[in-house]
Ligand binder design. Structure first.
Ligand code: SF4
Length: 111
């Protein structure tokens, strides 16, 4: 994790992460949400579909997605989004910012 990524994280206090205890994934196998090195193609998509199904019944999905987008979580399925979906959201937000002449990176405007 880079210094910039660390700076986006919430303060490391329990209340900042308490919502994660209510996540539908709290008792799930983490390997469903985080891919092994080099995983590609159908295997990756199948794993992501399984993780997204868990997110689909999660009571803290909105909070989780907001967190993932605001801190730019680079890895795993968070808040019903995959790594590539979040990257697409950030790229589109950055392009929109540039069109508007805004030099900020877009993360804060996504939410
Ligand atoms: S939205 Fe998905 S990743 Fe986030 S807490 Fe719920 S189940 Fe876990």
């Amino acid at each position: 994790m880079t210094t910039g990524q660390i700076a986006r994280l919430p303060w490391p206090v329990f209340s900042s992460y308490e919502w994660q205890q209510d996540g539908a994934c709290a008792q799930a196998d983490p390997s469903l949400f985080f891919h092994p090195d080099g995983e590609r193609g159908p295997a990756r998509r199948m794993r992501e579909v399984g993780a997204l199904a868990v997110c689909g019944v999660c009571s803290v999905l909105d909070t989780c997605r907001t967190h993932a987008l605001s801190v730019r979580e680079p890895y795993g399925v968070w808040g019903g989004t995959t790594e590539s979906e979040r990257e697409t959201i950030h790229v589109r937000a950055s392009r929109a910012d540039r069109k508007m002449g805004d030099t900020r990176t877009g993360s804060s405007q996504i939410l």
